[in-house]
Design a protein around this ligand. Sequence first.
Ligand SMILES: [Zn+2]
Length: 334
Amino acid sequence: MTWKIHGHEGAVAYLKEQTQPEKIRHAYLITGPKGVGRRTLAKAFVKALNCQNPPAENDFCDECTACRQIEAEAWADLSILRPAENSRELRIDQIRQMQQSLALAPYQSQWRVVIIPDFQNATIAASNALLKSLEEPPSRAILILTADARENLLETIASRCGILRLRPLSVQNCAQVLQNTLQLSDEEAQRLAHLSGGRVGTAMRYAQDESQLDQYEDALAQLLDILPQSKRARLQYAETLSKSKGNQRQNSAFLLSVWLTFWRDILITQSQAGLPLVNLRHESALKTLASQLELSQIESILKAHEKGLEQIDANVNPRLIIENILLNIPRLKV
Ligand SMILES: [Zn+2]
């Protein structure tokens, strides 16, 4: 592991090279799903550029004043440009303001760096304004954009950036990281790795926030509650869900990712595969359910969940997705 980053070796190697003054670019774009480590990687790059006590070439110590201030987002030559409070979008006036400050010389280092997280949420006007900084970059400025996917940005922006694509780790690797860094039990690490789909940042948040795990158990309880019920009751459930507060897409994605861990466990139980269960504490319910289903039925339920998660990403109505999944699961005794 280098740069204290788990996985993403290719991206780290590329950025390490980029710390050389003759290689460095004025703009980078880091893409990948939320929680995969985009901002951590961006900050590591800034640390490597500024560390006062690097243990090796292109590396950083994470202990000196510069490293600590960068980590805390308190380094004078680093700013993070986020949407204004209560807004999801980054607006053109924010970009203009950033451009004015970017034109000034750095305070205390070689480079002024601006990290703009989730640039897919910028308005078109803001995107067009940013283009100017990419076409005629100030000499000592570096922009680091992050986004969910390159396709969600103007191509004129993406094509002017050095691009790094981050993918989640495998569930096994993610669980290993959790065990090593947070000293979690094997069961707990497996559960969080599955739940986060291999996104280490997300998994760590679950591990450090008890309420997230309460939500997990609550999502499972809802599934166990709905399985013995009729189609009509299931439709009602999907409707109630669609009226609950919060972000519908995020809530539904969470629900499906939790249910997915449960159905995987049912598959493991039914096929006697001997693999570790994620939801060990529900072992008796898993056995009861597995005994009522054919292997092929479980497989098709699993596929439906995976497809549902993809559809949520593709902006399909979450209520329809949940309805469709629930109506295709037979009525079961729990
Ligand atoms: Zn340092």
